[in-house]
Write a protein that binds this ligand. Structure first.
Ligand SMILES: [Zn+2]
Length: 163
């Protein structure tokens, strides 16, 4: 079975992708791969994920949406660029704002540490291109999937990429 359509991808287009190590990638037509920002422990490096349709065992990534923009040929595709796009495409600024206003509101039950609810309120964190809440005291983490949906209801969910 094919996933996505390798024939309609635009060279150097920025796509939302399904991949193991990133959510955005720039399509490299010649290599039939997406270039991504990959984090492994503390290190951050450029990495290529081959398109699923190039076959096993290396082809694992495919496009979900896009292209949101096309990186001009004279512009280098850098980690800085890809990390910025990861943050934008995942709507992190909006999520941080939603969490902060939820935590400050008098009308909501604030999100608290699961180890000890008397610890200071959880804080939103964006690290290694991953979003989570963290207890300022014991550093325990709460992953995005466990945050109640109501917290994000004020956000316009439409993904957007800023210029
Ligand atoms: Zn704690």
């Amino acid at each position: 079975m094919l996933k996505g359509n390798i024939n309609t991808l635009i060279d150097r287009g920025l796509y939302l992708i399904h991949a193991r190590n990133a959510k955005v990638g720039v399509w490299l037509e010649k290599k039939k791969s997406f270039i991504i920002s990959r984090w492994k422990f503390e290190s951050n490096f450029l990495f290529e994920e081959f398109h699923y349709n190039t076959g096993a065992p290396y082809g694992t990534a495919w496009e979900l949406e896009g292209p949101f923009e096309i990186v001009p040929p004279e512009k280098e595709i850098t980690l800085n660029y890809l990390n910025k796009k990861e943050k934008e495409i995942q709507g992190i600024d909006e999520k941080i704002e939603a969490i902060e206003s939820w935590q400050k509101s008098k009308f909501t039950n604030p999100l608290t540490c699961s180890v000890d609810s008397t610890h200071p309120l959880l804080k939103p964190v964006w690290k290694y291109n991953t979003f989570f809440l963290q207890c300022p005291k014991c550093k325990c983490k709460q992953w995005e999937g466990y945050i109640p949906e109501a917290v994000f209801e004020s956000i316009d969910w439409k993904r957007k990429v800023k210029e």
